[in-house]
Design a protein around this ligand. Sequence first.
Ligand SMILES: C[S@@+](CC[C@H](N)C(=O)[O-])C[C@H]1O[C@@H](n2cnc3c(N)ncnc32)[C@H](O)[C@@H]1O
Length: 389
Amino acid sequence: MSIAAAPSRLERQKVRIRPMDAARTTGIGKPLTRLKAWFQRSVIEGILMKRQAERLYLVFGGHIFFQTLNAAARLDLFTLLRKHNGLTRDQICQELNIQAQPARILLLGLVSSGMLKKRRDVYRNTRLTNELLCADSPTNILPYVALQHHVMYRGMPKFFESIKEYRNCGLEEFDGDEETLYQRLAHDPEVEEVFHDSMSALSVQTNKILADFLDLSNVQSLVDIGGGDGTNIITLTAKHPHLKGRVFDLPSVANLAREQLAAHPNASRLGAVNGNCFEDDLPTDADCFLLAHFCTIWSPEKNKQLLKKCFDALPSGGRVIIFNMMQNNDETGPLSAAVGSPYFLTIATGEGMLYTWNEYEQWAREVGFAEVSSDKLPRDHGAIVAIKR
Ligand SMILES: C[S@@+](CC[C@H](N)C(=O)[O-])C[C@H]1O[C@@H](n2cnc3c(N)ncnc32)[C@H](O)[C@@H]1O
């Protein structure tokens, strides 16, 4: 019987310097493959791409997550949880008179998207949902949730066409033949009410910011162009007892505002003017024009035209205040600007968006305002104050 000679050192090295070949014949590569798989799973997917994947889910399922939120809002689940400081699933089913399976699906969506917290078996609101989605919170935005459902969902499927054709194709979903959503709302009082309720819910959120920030001690008469139902001028005149405030808005809206303002305790200092700011003259007895959530509706050209019209109607020392969410000057966000802009293109007018700080400042200077200042405010808002000298 012959005994094979032990491999020489050189032969042993040859085995070591050809690992791939060896793997094929001996299976030595399996640990390597497992290591690669672990690296892919744990490091690349688990750490490096996790946030990207989560974001993709939120975007991809945006309509699902919104409808989850909308269903919870319509069931008034957030108010219920606030009232009881948390409930189990069985208790939620009982209170809302819904079955366990749909409740599981709803609660899964709310917890995974961060709208609710779950600890052990108890579901609770987050701080934000407590403030924004409970019917008994004075700062709730429930009407804005209804607006998303009744207006955005109707028009936004036409975003693609609107990009291609650069017009508000989504407006075709609304009755009438006028060019803007604001004009067409007059044909549908139900949606018009949803719209103005949501605007005033947003104004409640933001006009406190405006009132805290604005120094109106030198202003006597303020006109809020596109002032809607008058929520802004009510807050501002309440804070400044010397101030008179008027809404300047399309006739159907100004008439609605006039009715509401007449019943207000400060009615003698409040009023409404019917008008289309591009077709009708602006009042010439005001020393301040407020453009709150208004410039976002229009194209850059129309905004410049409007600012020039304001400039011409103001006395020297008069001012324009632009107040809305702002886009970063480097055009990278914030999310609020990215979410808000497509609505103006697809539904509202086919031409507006949330512009950058620089654009507003430049337009104001171009039409003649000598002093232009900008202030960053909470909730991605900003104010540009332009004074005529
Ligand atoms: C987005 S809402 C803003 C409401 C309010 N300024 C606020 O801060 O919540 C736009 C308002 O502009 C009004 N509007 C639209 N086109 C207008 C025009 N051409 N002239 C005057 N007002 C107009 C609408 O009727 C609506 O009340």
